[in-house]
Design a protein around this ligand. Structure first.
Ligand SMILES: Cc1cc2nc3c(=O)[nH]c(=O)nc-3n(C[C@H](O)[C@H](O)[C@H](O)COP(=O)(O)OP(=O)(O)OC[C@H]3O[C@@H](n4cnc5c(N)ncnc54)[C@H](O)[C@@H]3O)c2cc1C
Length: 572
């Protein structure tokens, strides 16, 4: 039948004769597709709350600058974290339940190295009620707090005791893991914001704490810089060093000469860094730890790399005495240990095996048995269990290694961000604690600065409705694939000097790695809903980040929701 199309609207015609572009099939539907934004478990696990699916989407599209900008919204240290973070994101990556987790940390390093600096895009928002805030300590926690406060329009002064900021990242973590040029680039970017940095000023020594009284608020992030002693006989002998001091000398480019053999005592990141640095100075290294490998607090990959490089491990031993050995060497007597029941932290206790000892001879001993907070300058009411309280007075906040929280780079950064948001709220007279839960990325406490800025500026933003699970994904759309093996400098070359070991991803490897992301709970414009919609009712704009449905023509068949690989479309 030939129907005149220009007069269709006036005709009463059987439905089957008209195109659905004309007939409003949307009226037939009793359910409609809705956007079901979910937090990806990787983002939930990242203490800094980086929007990882968004970052990986940008990388897969070759949009490195946007990927970097998205990371910088939540974390001013993507270069440091891309190298030295303990990457809980990967342990929580949903893809691990399918084949292998996505190489998120390597991609973070890739973007931070390859994208342009983007200083001009990182700008503070105008803030007519800007306040003056003091930050004590220019490590990752203090610098992050200053960065976020500055983005929120406040005026910040950092007091840093050392001649250069960066804290442990500058003076502890060695060059072969985190090149100082990368760290300086990140600090330069932070300090391109209106932040005043006063280096060489130790609060409590160069200025009294009371001098900070004229600031509207204070953030305390002095870290844990004291190296405790073993408390055993012989610790004062020559050639017995403390790990923190040893690493600081290396990071200051001082000449450090070790003998043929070095013994390192400890099981944390400092001990591993000391051991691997000693290898690079030409010594043969044995690391002695009182528990077993499983209980070592150091990052797993670091332990593995130390072993690959040639560090020897002696487990279940604890030093009890150091005395001079033959030929100007040291003799270190160890008590043999065994594992007992769990302690308060859940780790197995190390218990002495009665009457069993071991003596090891060495040319030098370096101890790395934890770090303590220097509290002499901190007002007494702020001190709690040998640490600083989180919010010890209405105007004073604290974070990083100096408070009761895991001692990692990313938790230090997250603490700086959380304090900045809490200070901003309290300085603006907003005591609504529930606000913090609205900008949480998941349930584990990481906060989203992007959401906070939107909320503060009165913009609309999509609040995630929960955390994505593997069961919600549609893995039929994903081809099984493996992680790219990250290129490392050869052992022979690595041990010659302190050059970076991790050589990172090539552009094509980065693109393929980013494409492996399921983008759990976040639309990455795969266009499945668009292609499968029988009514052509879906339109997408990846640049405006919009996905719209023409409800006049959506029949509510649910094909788009079924075809969505990542549970973003939900029928209601
Ligand atoms: C050797 C080593 C290796 C590590 N490796 C890793 C790793 O690979 N991955 C990981 O996640 N974590 C690692 N960590 C832990 C991580 O570095 C820390 O958790 C993190 O640096 C803590 O940050 P922060 O800002 O609280 O303290 P810090 O980094 O210690 O910075 C504190 C800053 O405050 C300054 N300061 C102290 N007192 C005063 C004062 N009174 N006035 C002014 N300034 C002051 C200090 O000079 C310092 O610059 C490592 C730690 C060590 C020691």
């Amino acid at each position: 039948m030939n129907i005149p199309t220009d007069s269709l609207c006036e005709l009463v015609i059987p439905i089957s004769y008209g195109s659905t572009a004309v007939i409003e099939t949307g009226k037939w539907g009793f359910q409609k597709p809705d956007t079901n934004l979910l937090t990806a478990p990787c983002q939930e696990a990242c203490p800094a709350g980086i929007n990882i699916p968004e970052v990986l989407y940008f990388i897969s599209e070759g949009r490195k600058d946007e990927a970097l900008f998205s990371m910088l919204m939540e974390n001013p240290f993507p270069g440091a974290c891309g190298r030295a973070c303990f990457h809980p994101c990967e342990a929580n990556c949903i893809r691990a339940q399918y084949d292998e987790s996505v190489s998120i940390q390597a991609l973070e390093k890739y973007v931070s190295d390859r994208a342009s600096v983007q200083i001009e895009k990182i700008q503070p928002i105008a803030n007519e009620s800007a306040k003056r805030i003091a930050v004590v300590g220019g490590g990752p926690s203090g610098l992050s707090c200053a960065y976020f406060l500055s983005l929120l329009g406040h005026r910040v002064t950092i007091f840093e005791a050392k001649r250069e900021p960066g804290g442990v990242l500058r003076w502890g973590v060695p060059e072969y893991r985190l090149p100082k040029s990368i760290l300086r680039k990140e600090i330069r970017r932070i300090l391109s914001l209106p932040i005043e940095m006063k280096t060489g000023v130790r609060v409590g020594r160069d200025i009294p704490f009371e001098d900070l009284d004229h600031f509207d608020a204070i953030f305390l992030s002095p870290g844990a810089g004291l190296n405790p002693s073993l408390g055993i006989e012989g610790e004062g002998l020559k050639k017995v060093w403390k790990g923190g001091e040893f690493l600081e000398r290396i990071n200051s480019k001082e000449k450090v000469i070790l003998g043929k053999e070095t013994l390192v005592v400890g099981g944390g990141n400092t001990a591993i860094d000391v051991a691997r640095s000693a290898l690079r100075l030409g010594s043969q290294v044995t690391l002695a730890y009182r528990r077993t490998r499983n209980e070592m607090p150091a990052i797993r990959d670091e332990i593995h790399e130390a072993e690959e490089e040639g560090v020897r491990f002696e487990f279940l031993v604890q030093p009890v005495k150091i005395h001079p050995g033959k030929k100007k060497r040291l003799a270190v007597k160890f008590q043999r240990m065994k594992l007992g029941g769990p302690d308060a932290t859940g780790r197995s206790r190390a218990l002495p095996v009665k009457g069993e000892f071991l003596t090891l001879e060495t040319d030098g001993l370096i101890t790395a048995v934890g770090e303590r907070v220097e509290l002499a300058w901190v007002p007494k009411p702020f001190v709690k269990n040998d640490l600083i309280g989180l919010n010890p007075s209405p105007r004073v906040f604290a974070g990083g290694d100096a408070v009761d929280q895991p001692r990692t780079i990313v938790t230090a950064i997250a603490a700086g961000k959380k304090a900045a948001i809490s200070m901003d709220l309290s300085l603006r007279g907003n005591s609504d604690k529930a606000l913090l839960s609205r900008i949480r990325a998941g349930k584990k406490g990481s906060l989203s600065m992007a959401s906070y800025l939107s909320m503060r500026e009165g913009e609309k933003w999509l609040e995630p409705k929960g955390v994505a699970t593997y069961q919600q994904m549609n893995p039929i759309y994903f081809k099984a694939s493996h992680r790219v093996k990250i290129r490392k400098r050869s052992r022979a070359k690595s041990l010659k000097k302190f050059s970076e070991v991790n050589m990172g991803l090539r552009p094509e490897e980065a693109r393929l790695s980013a494409q492996r992301c399921f983008s759990c709970g976040t639309c990455n414009y795969c266009y499945n809903c668009y292609f499968f919609c029988p009514e052509g009712a879906v339109s997408l704009d990846p640049f405006l980040k919009t996905r719209t449905v023409d409800f006049d023509h959506c029949k509510g068949c649910g094909t788009c929701a079924k075809a969505c690989p990542r549970a973003v479309v939900e029928m209601r």
